[in-house]
Design a protein around this ligand. Structure first.
Ligand SMILES: [Zn+2]
Length: 273
C-alpha cells in the first residue's frame, strides 16, 4: 500500500469533523467537517463555506466564523484558497495572499497555500474534490492543497511537496492527510479524465483507472493523489487517507450528487504554536 487508511471522526463545539491521527499526534490543528453544525438552511444546510452557489453572504460568514472559532482562530487569522482548478501554490501571509484578506472572497487565484506562520490557519474547499493537507514537523511548514481531477492530473500533490522541499523540507519528514472526497464508487467519467491522468503520470496512472464500458471509467482520485505523494518520497505510513466517499455519504457536500444545488466544505490546517 502506498498510503495508510484512517477513520478518525471527532466532535468539537457541535461540529463533527475528520482529522489525521498522525497530524493530531504532532499537535497540528487539522479538520474536515461534516455539513452539520452551521447556520445555512435547505440545500446549503448547514456548515456551508461558499456564496458561489447562492447562499447568503451573512450566513456563510457566520459559518466561517464558527468553524474557525471552534479551532481557536478567526477570519483575521485565516486565509483560504481561491480555487480555479489550477496548480499554483501561494505563500500565505505574503503580499499575494495577505492573512485574513479575502476569506470569503479570496483575491489571488490559487489552488494551494503554504505557510511557516503558526498564527495563520489555512483553508481549502471541497464538494467532492480531493484535498491534501501537508505538514513538516522539522521545518514547521504547513500547506493546504485542492486537487480535483484537473489538479491531480497536473501533479498538484507533487507540486505541494516541491514547495515544501524548496523551503528546506525532506520528503521522509513530510506528513500528509487526505480527508473525505469522492471515491471510485461514484467518480465515473468519460475518457477525458483517464487521458489527463495518463498525460500526467503515464502508465503509473493505470491502477487507478478502471474501465467500465467502452469510453467509461471509474477513477480513484484520492488514491492517485496519494500515489503522487508516495512517488515523491513520502512514506506510506505518513500518508493518511480517510476513504469515505463524499458522494455516497449525505453528511458531506457533493457536486456529483447535487450539482450546483449544494454548499461547500473547507478543510483547515495550522502549525502548532
Ligand atoms: Zn461513492
Amino acid at each position: 500500500m502506498e498510503y495508510t487508511e484512517v477513520l478518525c471522526r471527532r466532535e468539537k463545539g457541535g461540529i463533527f469533523y475528520y482529522s489525521s491521527p498522525l497530524l493530531d499526534s504532532y499537535g497540528v490543528v487539522n479538520a474536515f467537517p461534516e455539513r452539520s453544525g452551521g447556520f445555512s438552511a435547505g440545500i446549503y444546510s448547514s456548515l456551508n463555506f461558499t456564496t458561489s452557489t447562492g447562499d447568503a453572504e451573512e450566513t456563510v460568514k457566520k459559518n466561517v466564523e464558527k468553524f474557525l472559532s471552534v479551532f481557536s482562530s478567526s477570519p483575521g487569522q485565516a486565509v483560504r484558497t481561491h480555487q480555479i482548478h489550477g496548480v499554483d501554490i501561494l505563500e500565505a501571509g505574503s503580499a499575494a495572499a495577505p492573512a485574513g484578506a479575502g476569506l470569503l472572497f479570496p483575491i489571488a487565484p490559487s489552488d494551494g497555500l503554504i505557510t511557516a506562520d503558526p498564527d495563520l490557519t489555512l483553508l481549502a474547499g471541497s464538494a467532492d474534490c480531493s484535498l491534501i493537507l501537508l505538514y513538516d514537523p522539522v521545518r514547521r511548514l504547513a500547506a493546504a492543497l485542492h486537487a480535483g481531477w484537473r489538479g491531480a492530473a497536473r501533479d498538484m500533490a507533487g507540486r505541494g511537496v516541491e514547495a515544501m522541499l524548496a523551503r528546506g523540507a525532506r520528503p521522509e519528514d513530510l506528513l500528509a492527510f487526505l480527508p473525505p472526497a469522492i471515491g471510485p464508487c461514484c467518480f465515473e467519467t468519460d475518457g477525458d479524465v483517464p487521458d489527463a491522468m495518463r498525460r500526467g503520470f503515464g502508465r503509473e496512472a493505470d491502477p487507478f483507472l478502471v474501465p467500465l464500458t467502452p469510453g467509461r471509467y471509474k477513477v480513484d482520485l484520492p488514491a492517485i493523489n496519494a500515489h503522487a505523494l508516495f512517488r515523491r518520497g513520502l512514506k506510506a505510513e505518513h500518508i493518511e487517507v480517510t476513504r469515505l466517499c463524499s458522494c455516497c455519504h449525505e453528511v458531506f457536500y457533493s457536486h456529483r450528487r447535487d450539482g450546483r444545488r449544494r454548499g461547500l466544505s473547507c478543510a483547515l490546517i495550522r502549525i502548532p504554536s
